[in-house]
Design a protein around this ligand. Structure first.
Ligand code: CU
Length: 86
């Protein structure tokens, strides 16, 4: 994630990202850690839904310039690419 104001990165304090589907799929919360160039990152592992649905909803929360902010995104997971034989 990258929080911006006027096209420039601004610090995102206490950044968090969580993931949910329409059905209960467990708790998937991650801290967003500061990375290069104003980015905040999390390495995320999500389970494959037994229903076959691929749509998740990501909620990003944090504080920008002292103001709590949040944003919600929809994420459609792609199936893993087939691995080629060595
Ligand atoms: Cu599911």
């Amino acid at each position: 994630m990258r929080a911006e104001a006027g096209g420039a990165a601004v610090p995102l304090a206490d950044g968090r990202i969580s993931f949910a589907m329409r059905m209960p799929m467990g708790d998937h919360r991650y801290a967003l850690l500061p990375a290069a160039d104003g980015w905040a990152e999390a390495a995320v592992v999500l389970p494959r839904c037994p229903s076959g649905q691929v749509r998740w909803f990501a909620t990003v929360e944090g504080t920008v310039a002292g103001t709590p902010r949040s944003a919600r995104f929809q994420v459609d997971l792609a199936p893993p690419a087939a691995r080629s034989a060595p």
